[in-house]
Ligand binder design. Sequence first.
Ligand code: NAG
Ligand code: NAG
Ligand code: NAG
Length: 301
Amino acid sequence: MVTLLLCALFLWGLAPINTVQVSIEPSLCEVWGPGLYPDKITLPARYFYIQAVDKHKNKLTESPGNVFDVQMTGDSIYKSYRVWINILDRKNGSLIVRYKTYHTYNNFKIIITYKGEHVGNSPYNIKGTVYADGCYCPVKSFTKWLTDFGCEISYDQINSDLEAFPKVNFTEVRNAALKKFNHPGSMSICNYVIKDNQVYRKCYGQYVGFKMFLDAILLSLARKVHLPDMEMLFNLGDWPLSINGSDPKIPLFSWCGSVGNLDIVMPTYDITEASLECMGRVMLDMLSVQGNIDKKWEKKN
Ligand SMILES: *[C@@H]1O[C@H](CO)[C@@H](O)[C@H](O)[C@H]1NC(C)=O
Ligand SMILES: *[C@@H]1O[C@H](CO)[C@@H](O)[C@H](O)[C@H]1NC(C)=O
Ligand SMILES: *[C@@H]1O[C@H](CO)[C@@H](O)[C@H](O)[C@H]1NC(C)=O
């Protein structure tokens, strides 16, 4: 009987060992991502990653739990500052920290601590001004903006999508498109013009409600950077329209494509909307899905 009791106590005493017992070494933890450069990269929700690392320089592969404290401060014209922070545990030793700013800040600081000790290179002192996503604060130089965002000089996908259109005479193409796609009941296209960083559009067809998704992405971009003057045609329908072999070939942005069609496929409206509304709505987006893991991959069946 006594042995049983001892055994039970022993097992009971052992139980907490199942939770992660490794000790995190705050200075060795890795912190990276665009959210550490908020003066250079404005996003609807900024984000960065934390990888927990232990004293022996091993990266943790299990969730350390809710152990990191993230704080942000800054000077704004309002006394009370508002930064909304949300931490997503990827359950594999790494986390995503997302945050949304609502005002313009100077002397912005990101402070990450673990049991009172700074994590990575915390505190991160941001030199430039930090703008909110809603601010109409376009960067003048388009090239500087692309560099700040870490965009590459060229992308294979874009090059191959545009290969069919080495030269476009938009007067010709626009007229051809309006003639060809003039089936108001079944086809909906929008013609956008960006001039002096103002967005103009004219849509054709009966069902053009989905234009709101295009408006949203173009307006969001125009708030961040002074866009070059340009003209584009968008297909709001859910099948491709630009047939290979038509004369002239019509450069048409679509949410879908097909072999034999020349439609330039762009990310679908649900993904762009989720990215633009990031943290603004209860909706899954490319980041939040990573923090909604209740079972590890091996345990799923
Ligand atoms: C573009 O097409 C229009 C209509 O076909 C034509 O009048 C114009 O001369 C063309 N422009 C150029 C630069 O080729
Ligand atoms: C379009 O047609 C041309 C000629 O048939 C062909 O060479 C080209 O690969 C086609 N492009 C696409 C994207 O299917
Ligand atoms: C953790 O999971 C994310 C996806 O949820 C993955 O991108 C990342 O590489 C993983 N990290 C490690 C260290 O396995």
